[in-house]
Ligand binder design. Sequence first.
Ligand code: BMP
Length: 266
Amino acid sequence: QRTKLTYESRANLAKSAVAKRLFNLMASKQTNLCLAADLTKADDILDIADKCGPHICLLKTHVDFVEDFSEGFITNLKSLAKRHNFLLMEDRKFADIGNTVSLQYGKGIYKISSWADLVTAHTLPGRSVLQGLKAALGPGDASKERGVFLLAEMSASGNLIDDKYKENSNKIATEGADVDFVAGVVCQSSKTFAFPGLLQLTPGVKIDESVDKLGQQYQTPEHVIQERGADIGVVGRGILQASNVEQAAQTYRDRLWAAYKDRVAK
Ligand code: BMP
């Protein structure tokens, strides 16, 4: 069972080079916390990345709502990622035909493929979403430094994903020529996939409050790691809205990590 294995041992099973890097980073830095830096000002994102950087393995962005996006912002974000040793994920949730996702990934204002170690994509278009994203990286080994998390489930109440969709998403993540490009799956349950070389990223994590006003559903850090099989817990407002964000990041980091240590020890 994949949830019983340590991150170190799973690094060796990963087919994606970025997944291998992330498993090893998590094990050595002792953190399985992803910060969802959902803020609209570049400087606020950089500030929180600097404060929370020591506690996270991954920083997740939505660059399309950053009001003052610039190349300088990306340069600074990359240098913080290097200094504090975390990876960058752009949560773009690509969901179009191959040619379009290729352009959305590589071109435009954001040039996501030039800086994001990881991106997210819906499986709705089928395998061609992976082929399209890979095409933006050009020939050669470029895809080895980049990876995709495929969405197989969502935390939003009333979402339309059913068991068949989950099963087929799992097939896209684990079968075929592009599996070396898939780093993991965004989902809510350990039953969604079994392959231990993939990472389970689970959003909807908060210590208190169980829902927000717009359909988000929350679980505690312990619940997502031990009952839902998450390898990485994604926390946004649980940290962003705390009076002391650094301390909140530390608390989430400690609780998510302790839950993982417990999970592999049992
Ligand atoms: P928060 O902890 O503030 O609710 O933020 C959750 C983050 O995870 C958001 O950036 C959201 O886009 C993302 N997310 C989610 O909440 N549920 C999903 O199923 C998939 C997501 O990417």
